[in-house]
Design a binder for this molecule. Sequence first.
Ligand code: SF4
Length: 455
Amino acid sequence: MAPRLCVRCQTSKAMLKRPKTQEQVCRECFFTLFEEEVHETISATKLFRPGERVAIAASGGKDSTVLAHIMTTLNARYGYGLDLFLLSIDEGIAGYRDDSLETVKRNEQQYGIPLTVVSYKDLYGWTMDEIVAQIGTKNNCTFCGVFRRQALDRGAVLAGANKIATGHNADDVAETVLLNILRGDVPRLSRCANIITGGDSPLPRVKPFKYAYEKEIVLYAYYKKLDYFSTECVYAPYAARGFAREFIKDLEAVRPMAIIDVIRSAEDFVFTSASEDKLPQPRNCERCGYISSQPVCKACVLLEGLNRGLPRLGVSRTRGKRGEKAGLHPDVERPLPPSASAARAELGPAGRADNTADGDAGAAAAPASSSGRETGVHLDSGGIADDACVEKRTVGMRELEERIGGWGLGPGGDGIQGTNSEGAGKDVAGVVGSSIRGARSVRKVQIEYELAEGT
Ligand code: SF4
């Protein structure tokens, strides 16, 4: 039987079926199609301007390695006029990052573009291995993700970059869209499918692979024999996002264009300006000066927790529309005012609603009351004395956020304060109880809170 020919060139033997379009194509036509589609994405969205210095976020994995290869290729082929360099973050994970950094160092030679490496140890004084030794393997990815995001900004600023290009692909974008739908996070949903984020900041991030399928990136790397690192992080089994990823893969198996359709759907959503307004506006962190949506950035809140031996400071059990909320974890011990301390001592452990649960295991805790006037509940809400309490009731996390405009550490680094006119200058007491219903992935947490005059 004659070999099946490539549907594009009609001369060479078809070597693969494109995951995105199901076309049977030869290897060379696949390379051309893949590269031209990325070029089309870059030119149609005016992603870069001539003369820009662009940091390619490089982990040594398949996405960033293919991105480095493609950006170098297209920059030369189409004369983008970009000053490209590789930017790697060394999280300090033995057996993972040290090995993958060796791959990036080889990429530096292979693509002829310089490499800048910044490490968590230098920036924050901690490696991820040290952080995990302190906090365990439950919330490690929260620390790692927050620190990495800021470390990329810092490294890019140090190296004089105008933009950061990341290897986020179509699968990643579709996953994020789905997660934001599942969380009801309309403000983030309105922006997560954008190809440029932080466009109004001095250091925008761009996703040249926004429409590139993960499977095609793997095929491209494989057939091009690119040098990339494929070992998973040693802490990866504890990473989240798995269910959305699996769902996207299932959709793709039934209908390959589903990934693009999810992205296009998000692009076509029409949002009211009110939902846009709810997304916190970028500002500079009062402590480190880097970009933040709150007065004190999440990296500083997490770092403070580590340095004070309170690693759960800044790690929340819920993911609201602004992500995990700084400083509201129930296990964080905060100093009690004298009156509350005395009353709490009288009550003993029974006065504390069980809010030590990290997930579904401690579901029993919520006080049934929605008024929250029981003495024990009140005292357990972080120790704000009765006479300081100006309001106290049980609400959902989102409602609380909307009222107080988000939260951050108080000026002295103690206490958690709201950020809008209602919440500013007021201490927001911690979680006093939680009710967790349903399965692990569909839990609902009720937050009981107080607004009290700050000191
Ligand atoms: Fe960091 Fe978690 Fe990713 Fe490992 S799996 S690199 S700890 S975010």
